[in-house]
Write a protein that binds this ligand. Structure first.
Ligand SMILES: CC(C)(COP(=O)(O)OP(=O)(O)OC[C@H]1O[C@@H](n2cnc3c(N)ncnc32)[C@H](O)[C@@H]1OP(=O)(O)O)[C@@H](O)C(=O)NCCC(=O)NCCS
Length: 220
């Protein structure tokens, strides 16, 4: 029996061998990339300075887990865990940078394939840099990646009704309000109701040019 590779059918690449995310994504003013071990000092500085600003909108960290903002090893483990998620396609967490300075994060979590093809967007920004529309720009950038490169069908953002700043982000991007999910997520130790905003790929394709022009194309 011949083992000549000339007669073998062409083999397709296993998805694990394909790029799971470009190393960098760009908006008009922002750049996004996975965080790496040497980002620890910047991460620590921005997270510790913003504890009060962020804690009330985030899941509570277990007392039994080291804080990646104060523990370098815990930060490195966090980077490795996020790399793994990108590799297996379950989540895409990217640092948000303005002028090469780490100012926040934008992520797609809870990626579900199969019949659903969906993901949940999350984000935060340094209070010092809030109010410049950077997060909306980051969300538009990651939406383009999710629909055009990952071929997801639906993205959602889930927001506590009293988080007016975050609701403004969803409104600026024209996300569709689907309704209120009661006791939806644990935030700061409490089961909080969340408004669910969504966009599907049908809407993305209709609005892609306008959103790209507004948030992604560099203005002269
Ligand atoms: C929600 C959040 C990510 C918005 O990011 P952002 O880049 O500041 O968004 P925008 O620039 O579009 O501002 C949104 C609204 O925040 C308010 N805002 C602006 N500057 C602000 C500041 N310096 N301090 C407080 N609020 C401010 C304004 O009402 C603004 O709406 P407007 O542009 O119509 O006036 C940011 O407020 C944040 O990180 N909050 C804490 C964490 C959080 O809530 N995460 C989201 C959980 S769903």
């Amino acid at each position: 029996m011949s083992h000549s590779s000339n007669t073998s059918p062409k083999r397709f690449l296993h998805p694990a061998g394909a790029p799971v995310a470009p190393s960098r994504l760009y908006g008009q003013r922002i750049m996004m990339r996975p965080l790496v071990a040497h980002d620890f000092e910047a991460w620590s500085e921005v997270r510790l300075r913003n504890v009060d600003w962020l804690t009330v909108w985030e899941p509570r960290r277990s007392d039994f887990l080291a804080d990646p903002a104060t523990d370098r090893d815990a930060f490195e483990r966090r980077c490795v865990a996020r790399d793994r998620e990108r590799q297996n396609g379950s989540a895409y967490t990217l640092g948000l940078f303005v002028n090469n300075l780490l100012v926040g994060e934008v992520n797609i979590n809870n990626v579900v394939r199969g019949a659903m093809q969906t993901g949940t967007i999350g984000y935060w920004i340094d209070r010092k840099h809030a109010g410049n529309g950077y997060v909306a720009e980051g969300v538009a950038t990651i939406m383009k990646f999710a629909f055009d490169d990952l071929n997801l069908h639906r993205l959602e953002v889930c927001i506590i009704p009293r988080n007016t700043n975050s609701k403004r982000v969803a409104e600026k991007l024209g996300l569709r309000l689907e309704g209120l999910a009661e006791r939806f997520l644990e935030i700061n130790g409490v089961w909080e109701d969340h408004l669910r905003y969504a966009i599907t790929s049908e809407e993305w394709h209709e609005r892609r040019d306008a959103l790209t022009h507004q948030w992604l194309t560099t203005k002269k």
